[in-house]
Design a protein around this ligand. Structure first.
Ligand SMILES: Cc1cc2nc3c(=O)[nH]c(=O)nc-3n(C[C@H](O)[C@H](O)[C@H](O)COP(=O)(O)OP(=O)(O)OC[C@H]3O[C@@H](n4cnc5c(N)ncnc54)[C@H](O)[C@@H]3O)c2cc1C
Length: 402
């Protein structure tokens, strides 16, 4: 495993920034990552296989529902701690990182909008690792534009009948339950209230779908450039019967449910991307130090200093915004614009730093053991999911014009 090598980031003085409890979570994440060999990290990527065993181990160590209250099996940690874990997991490409992030993203709406029965049924097994959760929003014809959703939910006696396809769903092929957004057609089991802001009726509704519900199937599995090993696939609903009791929130509240998850999820992605950027910088530093010690490059870094300075500033800028957004969540003042800024800044930093790291050491940077090429591939996906960075910029710009 790669270790941080004297890179002058906050890593060298963490005790000034984080509480003892937050640092204890970071220590736990480091010790978890220490137990995974680089060979296993590469294997999950090459074989595109999900490590359910590692996911369950992480849950048993309290990482699977770290930022949730102990009442429902959570660990009672704060969001800064969860971000520290994500940053560390990304820095070392721990193979369950993305699934863990999505798992927490899915528990959030159950915690906020779920009935007591739903909390008991889904949160407790999610905390223990018995259940893995996935989030089904994107469709073949509805990515950035969620209003274009085509998955329908039709009320039939005591259930909604879902039809449609969700695509690019992280953990899709391995999950036990899914938070799914669909448009109610016809009557809902309760009247849909007009949106408070616009007065219009929005029929998008959130449902909790279990893997063994009749009419639910796993579709195409994806073999992607990056974010491999996360069971990413299509979900296909063919007259899938979902009990009314599995509606999450009120009918018509689906967009609110989804946005509440994504506001925090984007901060998780920002933490992961900060870790990617740091991981690429760490590996580069290791190589450069070896080259200096062999006299292959001089202490002035053969003119590379300015690029390196930029890289360090990009990593640290990503970190500052990320933890500012995480701290806002912890103070009860969650800021969706700050989350967008952190997500776009950090994923762009990860892309740029990994690209420049490869350029500086050329073919060496393509060796899987250094993890830079892996980070380069994952960072590209990071710029796309949970809202592309173009969309984040659009959302940020809109706040200026409000
Ligand atoms: C690895 C990975 C994992 C994923 N996991 C999940 C998951 O677990 N659950 C889930 O629901 N989805 C998931 N997704 C889907 C992801 O959220 C979507 O890919 C993303 O929202 C973009 O949608 P799209 O791919 O349809 O692109 P499109 O929306 O078609 O966008 C194409 C391009 O047009 C740009 N664009 C679109 N609209 C505008 C606009 N109004 N203004 C300016 N530019 C615009 C976009 O920025 C982009 O560059 C995942 C995707 C990936 C790659």
């Amino acid at each position: 495993m790669l270790e941080t090598r004297n890179v002058p980031t906050h890593n060298s003085d963490q005790s000034l920034r984080y509480s003892q409890e937050q640092l204890a979570w970071l220590k736990k994440a480091k010790s978890f990552a220490d137990r995974i060999s680089i060979e296993d990290v590469i294997k999950a990527d090459v074989e595109n296989s999900f490590r359910r065993d590692l996911f369950e181990q992480a849950c048993q160590e309290g990482l699977g529902s770290l930022p949730f209250p102990t009442t429902y099996g959570g660990s009672g940690g704060d969001y800064v701690s969860f971000c520290l874990v994500n940053e560390e997991f990304a820095r070392r490409c721990v193979p369950i990182m993305s699934s863990l992030g999505v798992h927490v993203l899915c528990q959030e709406p159950v915690m906020r909008f779920g009935s007591e029965e739903q909390k008991q049924r889904y949160l407790l097994p999610s905390a223990s690792g018995k259940f893995l959760a996935a989030f089904g929003l994107t469709e073949p014809n509805a990515g950035s534009d969620t209003a274009a959703l085509e998955t329908t939910a039709k009320l039939e006696q005591d259930a909604y009948i879902l039809n449609g396809t969700k695509t690019f769903i992280t953990s899709g092929a391995s999950a036990d339950f899914y938070i799914v957004m669909a448009k109610v057609v016809g009557e809902a089991h309760k009247p849909i209230q007009p949106r408070a802001d616009k007065g219009t009726i929005d029929t998008i509704t959130a449902f909790i779908v279990e893997r063994d519900y009749p009419g639910f199937n796993i579709g195409q599995k994806f073999d992607m450039l990056g974010m491999r090993g996360y069971s990413t696939c299509e979900l296909v609903f063919s007259d899938c019967r979902v009990p009314i009791s599995n509606t999450l929130g009120e009918p018509g509240e689906g967009r609110k449910v989804a946005l509440s998850s994504l506001a925090k999820g984007r901060v998780t992605i920002a933490a992961q991307a900060t870790g990617w950027a740091q991981g690429a910088l760490d590996a580069l530093t290791t190589v450069l130090k070896e080259e200096i010690s062999k006299g292959e490059i001089d202490n002035n870094l053969n003119g590379m200093a300015s690029i390196l300075g930029d890289m360090i500033m990009q990593v640290e800028s990503a970190r500052v915004l990320t933890y500012q957004a995480a701290a806002a969540i912890d103070s009860g003042d969650s800021d969706v614009t700050l989350a967008s800024m952190a997500k776009a800044t950090a994923t762009d930093a990860a892309m740029k730093v990994s690209t420049d790291a490869i350029s500086l050491i050329s073919s060496q940077g393509l060796q899987p053991e250094l993890l830079i090429e892996r980070i380069f591939r994952d960072a590209k996906a990071g710029q796309i999911y949970e809202g592309t960075n173009q969309i984040q910029r659009m959302l940020i710009a809109r706040t200026l014009l409000k």
